[in-house]
Design a protein around this ligand. Structure first.
Ligand code: PA5
Length: 448
């Protein structure tokens, strides 16, 4: 089977090849060894590192069996979670789904996966609940900590609605909780109510959890092959687990750090396929939360081309020269579509009549790469043979391992997220949560 590839040729006018290779063979190889030896910062959160290898078929069979129960009893399954308990499943499902799936009627045995708990939108929740009022639905509630406010609010509302619609006993059968083995409010609730549960291991952080039931259950409910997804990740694990001069995780991590040292502080993950929009969102969390700390870190952004060439293209081509791009380039589309010829040719498009739409897309990609490199935007390219479970599995593991290596090259702990707590503390103080009395006084004095 083919593998995803990394091409760095179009960064070499910004950083010399020998500099990248020195970093690749030096700091990146050391970082990978430190990860494998478990001797670096955050080494109690390395459960994701050999997860594809450690995942037994029986575990995947259990996930598929629970997914099949939900597929048989529901037309809609709401996956409730935020951050790492949301973005991985959303990214994979969107990459594999028909782009207009949401507008098609649900078919028995093949439910649609909806998402909630990823915001605090009153309108979003009201509209979701209205939509579900006459639907057969179920819930997967996902929270590693079991205490996150956004999913807790959404789950409280949806649980109440489901129980009112089908009764407590049937609701119990249609709710699956994914959370910590022992701790947290969700674990306690699941035990008391008798929900089917899956465990998120202590040593797997939220943003590294897509290949656990957190991502795998919603993906299986959506009808995708989680065994192939894990197989793709395992292929990448085997390929990249040891330092070598052909290790693409070392190469990507070394290149982006060399660019950062050369003043390129912003990385945009670019796709030329709208199905990858949420892959960019997943990647932003992975890299932003892992590296943005201790006043360091490349700022991860994501854009959809060619769409955003008509909005962000000017800045990227011509703005401050602190940016580089990493392009996700999908070689083969899922469908074929030829551009028709038109006798009147009023739009002047006959010069491309008979070509595949994707040929035009590929020329947009090549033309943009040349323009950006000429304009001072180095370009890294990751080639993906096609959008399938196997290649997405490869890509997920590739980015996870590269992220661990990159964080260690940068000198941060890639596996914590202390900065995420600050807004929560203020929000709880403002909402006068019990236990936050002192913080409430302090923040009220601040806002006057
Ligand atoms: O990466 C992380 O750990 C966080 O962003 C979490 O994924 C996010 O806050 C959700 O947390 P939880 O799953 O505990 O509800």
């Amino acid at each position: 089977m083919k593998k995803i590839q990394v091409n760095i040729n179009s960064v070499l006018s910004t950083v010399p090849e020998n500099e990248i290779h020195a970093l690749e063979a030096g700091a990146a190889a050391d970082a990978l060894k430190t990860l494998k030896d478990g001797t670096g910062l955050g080494n109690d959160f390395l459960g994701w590192l050999d997860l594809p290898e450690r995942t037994p078929m029986t575990h995947l069979d259990e996930i598929i069996s629970v997914a099949n129960d939900l597929r048989n009893s529901c037309d809609y399954v709401v996956s409730v979670g935020i951050g790492g308990s949301y973005l991985g499943a959303k990214a994979v499902i969107e990459a594999l789904n028909d782009s207009f799936d949401a507008y098609k009627p649900a078919v028995a045995g093949s439910p649609k996966v909806l998402f909630a708990g990823q915001n605090i939108g009153e309108d979003y929740l009201e509209e979701l609940q209205k939509f579900l009022a006459d639907k057969r639905f179920g819930i997967i509630v996902i929270s590693k900590s079991g205490t996150t406010t956004e999913p807790a609010i959404a789950f409280r509302l949806l649980k109440e609605q489901l129980e009112a619609q089908v009764g407590k006993a049937e609701a119990c059968k249609r709710i699956v909780a994914i959370t910590d083995a022992k701790r947290g409010a969700l674990r306690q609730l699941a035990t008391e109510e008798g929900y089917k549960t899956f465990v998120i291991d202590d040593n797997v952080g939220g943003r590294f959890s897509v290949l656990t039931p957190v991502g795998l259950l919603p993906i299986a409910v959506a009808g995708y092959d989680v065994k192939k997804l894990v197989k793709g990740a395992l292929d990448m694990q085997k390929e990249c687990e040891r330092p070598s001069d052909t290790n693409i995780c070392q190469l990507y991590a070394a290149t982006r750090n060399a660019l950062y040292r050369a003043g390129k502080k912003i990385e945009i993950l670019v796709n030329y396929n709208p199905k990858l929009h949420y892959f960019g969102e997943w990647w932003k969390q992975l890299y932003g939360e892992s590296e943005g700390k201790d006043k360091k870190g490349i700022f991860p952004a994501a854009v959809d081309f060619s769409t955003d060439l008509h909005s962000m293209g000017q800045w990227i081509q011509d703005g401050e020269r602190t940016i580089f791009e990493t392009v996700l380039s999908v070689e083969k589309t899922q469908h074929e579509k030829l551009i028709p010829s038109d006798e009147a040719n009023l739009d002047g498009l006959n010069y491309i009549a008979g070509k595949h739409v994707d040929e035009v897309n590929k020329m947009a990609e090549l033309g943009t790469r040349i323009a950006h490199v000429d304009g001072g935007v180095p370009n890294l390219r990751i080639t993906i043979p096609e959008l399938s479970e196997e290649y997405l599995g490869q890509l997920i593991y590739f980015f996870e391992l590269s992220c661990g290596i990159s964080g260690y090259i940068l000198g941060v702990n890639p596996f914590n997220q202390p900065g995420v707590e600050d807004y929560k503390r203020n929000m709880f103080a403002l909402l006068e949560k019990p236990g936050y009395e002192e913080a409430t006084k302090a923040i009220q004095a601040k806002i006057g």
